[in-house]
Structures are given as structure tokens and as C-alpha cells.
Design a protein around this ligand. Structure first.
Ligand SMILES: C[S@@+](CC[C@H](N)C(=O)[O-])C[C@H]1O[C@@H](n2cnc3c(N)ncnc32)[C@H](O)[C@@H]1O
Length: 462
């Protein structure tokens, strides 16, 4: 059942509804609990569904404040806010999609947001398209959400035309530029398979594949070899996007690149805004089998404070695996977007690094690498067997030699162990983030403990 019916949505955007949401927000800000706010709302309206909608919008508004500059005027339902893209992500996607307009054969092609919700992405698309003459239409099968979307567009001062329709059958003009953010929840439960999204991703692509450029927002858990992504499209790119430290999305792009395959590692396929991590390539390792999905074009993008700080392309040529060898004097942990986009071997190649294990995206080398947003590098203090007794002895010796008891963090790389039990067996050393890390790494034949130091670390927060 829809969270909000269309009549209630119409009331919510009316003067009376907006006043009720504002009053409820102020009360919550002042510390009133939801029950008290709901009771007080009954003085404004006798309709229980209106009271519930106003309270929901007030709760959502308070949550939206950290991310939406216009939150005090925007309207969300609780679920619609949860489903809305982060504004920084929306702006990034919108800018990239709108940039394809110049390449569209249809003059002033329409931009269509196929699962628009209350408009998080549609507003960003309209803002990015301002001045291009391209109209933006927003399609959703929930008419109540579209009522809120129309209000939100007015607040943001943009023009978006809402269409109440099924995204699978909505008629798209030839050359239309398409954005879609299908729901990753069905009957209140998170779904993984693309065919279980609402609407189904393979059905959506099958219905509209022949249009112009596409941006399809999916979970970052989507694998390159997902069988529900078209296998044979040359121009399909999967972009893994990180916001700060958090991997937040995989965006599937179609027709969004300006032609040609991405440059290979040898040609320097990196667009690092810091200019870092572009050192001389190490001797090429022997080529390894690349694995499923490896024909796909990928991109890793790092966003910080709404800006792209680094973006890097991946292709079959950049995906040849580095050789595995013993742990060197530095441990290098590529950021999640680099790993998901499988550009970490290529990064390592530029640093003269090698892998610690064939199955872990953990690299190592003997020279401290330059600062870069693409990885964290930590000096290695020792490489020890993963036996608590020996680790305890080593920590004791270390403490005896130094003036202070080192603070210790535990990190498990592919090791299935109970951290609480491990902690107990290590004699409960002092816990803390600014000292030593005991990094348990699963290798092909054993587990090893790499002791690293967090001060002297190279990386975004080193
Ligand atoms: C993840 S939300 C979109 C959020 C939106 N991008 C935002 O940032 O605010 C997915 C939306 O898809 C809509 N939806 C689900 N199935 C649909 C269908 N078959 N046709 C049109 N819209 C659909 C839902 O109503 C929901 O609003």
C-alpha cells in the first residue's frame, strides 16, 4: 500500500498542510515526542491520515537538513527520503548525463527521470539542464509522490513536468536522455537481484534500450558480471561512486562516453585531480586470467564535498592482476570504489607494488607511495604468524621497549574470526585507532598478521 494517498498529498502541499508540517517540525526541534506532536496536530486537522503525513514530513525534513540546503521547504515522506539519492550524487550523475546532450542526435532532447519519487534526482537534472533548453520530465507510478515532486520543483525554482505512468510503458521520444533509479526495496524488504527491483532492471532496459544516453542508479553491490546487465554492449560502463569514505552506488552508463575505449594503463588512464599516483610503471607482471565481467568498462569516482576529487577508468587492459609476493615495508589498501571498479591492480602497477594475496585487494611495496585519494598506505612494523600467543609476546616486547603501551586495532582481511574472542586471546591490549594495527590477512595457504603503524600513514586521513 502506498505510504501517502494523492488526496492527502494535495492537502500536504496546500497552505494548511505546509503550516502543519512547519509547526510539527518546530515542535520536534523543541524536543516534543512524536505522540505529543500527533496529538497537537489534531487541532489543525481531524483526518488521521493528514496528521500522519504532516508528522512524517516533519520527521523527514529534520533528517534531510544535513544534506538538502532547501530542506526547510521541501516535502518528503519518510520512505521517499530514505530512497532519495544523496544530493551530491544526484548532482554528479545529472552533470554527466546532461553533458551527453550535445552529442544527442535529437535537438534539445528531453531528459526523462523514469523513477522520480519526490524528485531528488529530477531537481538535480533540471538544475544541470538549465540553459540547455532540454525539458525534464519525471515519471513515477505513485501519484502522491509526484504531487510532492511538483511542490519540490517549485521550491527549487526549476521546471519539471510530472507524469503518472509505469516506467516500463512510458513512451520515450527517440534520442531521449534517460535517468532511472529503480526501487531496491520490494514489500518493504531490500532486494539484491536486478530483476527484483521495482521496476525490474532488465525489463526497464529491454523496454527503452534504444533511446539516447542512460544513467541507471544501482546499489554498489552490483557485480560487473551481473547476468541481468546486457552482456554485449560496447558502450556500457559501470561507475562505482564513493562519497567521502563510503561506497554508495554503482551507476550503469550507456552512451555516455565521448567515443572510443578508455585509454590503457600504458597511456596513463588516470584523471586524478591531485595528480598523485601517476608514478613510473613497474615491470609488467605476467598476464593473469581476468575473470567474469572483465570485458566491461568501469570507472571509479571519488566525491568529496560535492566535488569529484578523482576519477579513474578501468578496462580489460587495466585489469591484469599483479603478481603475489611477500609483504614489503608498506601495506597499501586501495579505497572501495577502486576495488569495485577493479582498477586497484593498475594503481599498484604505477606504484611498483604487488599483491599480498591473489584473492585480496591488498597491495604492498618497499617504497612509501605519494599521498593519494586512491589508497591508504601504512608502514609495516612486522609480519608475524597469526597465532595469539606469539602476537601477545610481540606486543609485550614492544611495550617493554617503548615508553607507552601501544594502542591496538584489529583488522580482518578475508579472515572469518570472532573479533571479541581474538581480542581476549591477545590479552586485551589497549584499544585505539592511533597506534598499531594487527591486520590478519588471508593468503593462499595461510593467514598472516601484518603489524602496521597508523601514524605515518599515507592517504586521505593520514
Ligand atoms: C528509489 S525511488 C526514486 C528516488 C528518486 N530518484 C529520488 O532521488 O528522490 C524509486 C521510485 O520508483 C517508483 N517506481 C517503482 N516502480 C515503478 C514503475 N513500474 N514505474 C514508475 N515508477 C516506479 C517508486 O514509486 C519510487 O518512487
Amino acid at each position: 500500500m502506498a505510504e501517502l494517498d494523492v488526496e492527502t498529498a494535495r492537502w500536504l502541499v496546500s497552505t494548511a498542510g505546509l503550516a502543519a508540517v512547519a509547526a510539527a517540525t518546530t515542535q520536534l526541534d523543541d524536543g516534543a515526542d512524536e505522540l505529543k506532536v500527533a496529538t497537537d496536530l489534531s487541532r489543525r486537522t481531524s483526518h488521521p491520515e493528514r496528521r500522519s503525513a504532516a508528522l512524517g514530513a516533519a520527521v523527514a525534513r529534520r533528517r534531510a537538513r544535513q544534506r538538502w540546503p532547501l530542506a526547510e521547504e521541501l516535502l518528503f515522506t519518510r520512505a521517499a527520503l530514505e530512497q532519495a539519492s544523496d544530493p551530491a550524487l544526484s548532482a554528479h550523475r545529472a552533470a554527466r548525463l546532461v553533458a551527453t546532450l550535445g552529442r544527442s542526435p535529437a535537438a534539445a532532447a528531453t531528459i526523462v527521470d523514469l523513477c522520480a519519487g519526490v524528485g531528488g534526482d529530477a531537481l538535480a537534472l533540471a538544475q544541470a539542464a538549465a540553459g540547455t533548453g532540454a525539458p525534464v520530465c519525471a515519471v513515477d507510478d505513485d501519484p502522491a509522490r509526484l504531487v510532492l515532486l511538483a511542490h519540490n520543483a517549485e521550491v527549487a525554482g526549476v521546471t519539471v513536468t510530472p507524469h503518472h505512468a509505469d516506467a516500463l510503458t512510458f513512451p520515450l521520444a527517440p534520442g531521449a536522455v534517460v535517468h532511472a533509479d529503480p526501487s531496491r526495496r520490494r514489500d518493504g524488504r531490500r532486494v539484491r537481484r536486478l530483476a527484483d527491483h521495482l521496476p525490474s532492471v532488465p525489463a526497464l532496459l529491454a523496454a527503452h534500450l534504444r533511446t539516447g544516453a542512460w544513467a541507471l542508479a544501482l546499489s554498489p553491490g552490483v557485480a560487473l558480471d551481473d547476468p541481468d546487465l546486457p552482456a554485449d554492449l560496447e558502450d556500457l560502463e559501470v561507475e562505482y561512486v564513493q562519497l567521502g569514505d563510503a561506497l554508495v552506488e554503482a551507476t550503469v552508463w550507456l552512451g555516455a562516453n565521448d567515443g572510443g575505449r578508455p585509454a590503457t594503463a600504458a597511456a596513463g588512464a588516470t584523471a586524478d585531480a591531485t595528480g598523485a599516483a601517476t608514478g613510473a610503471a613497474a615491470a609488467a607482471p605476467p598476464a593473469q586470467p581476468a575473470g567474469p565481467g572483465s570485458h566491461r568498462r568501469t570507472r571509479a569516482t571519488l566525491l568529496q564535498d560535492g566535488e569529484v576529487v578523482a576519477s579513474r577508468l578501468g578496462s580489460p587492459a587495466t585489469r591484469t592482476r599483479l603478481p603475489v609476493d611477500e609483504v614489503g615495508s608498506v601495506l597499501i589498501e586501495p579505497v572501495p570504489a577502486a576495488v569495485r571498479a577493479r582498477v586497484h591492480d593498475d594503481l599498484g602497477r604505477e606504484l611498483g607494488a604487488w599483491r599480498v594475496s591473489a584473492h585480496r585487494a591488498l597491495l604492498t611495496c618497499d617504497v612509501s607511495p605519494p599521498p593519494s585519494p586512491w589508497y591508504r598506505a601504512r608502514p609495516v612494523e612486522a609480519v608475524l604468524p597469526a597465532r595469539p600467543k606469539e602476537l601477545r609476546r610481540w606486543l609485550g616486547q614492544r611495550q617493554a621497549a617503548g615508553t607507552e603501551r601501544p594502542e591496538v586495532e584489529l583488522v580482518l582481511h578475508g579472515v572469518d574470526a570472532d573479533p571479541a574472542e581474538l581480542w581476549r586471546r591477545l590479552g586485551r591490549p589497549r584499544r585505539g585507532p592511533h597506534g598499531l594495527r594487527l591486520e590478519f590477512v588471508r593468503r593462499e595457504r595461510d593467514i598472516v598478521t601484518v603489524v602496521t603503524r597508523t601514524c605515518g600513514m599515507v592517504g586521505p586521513d593520514g
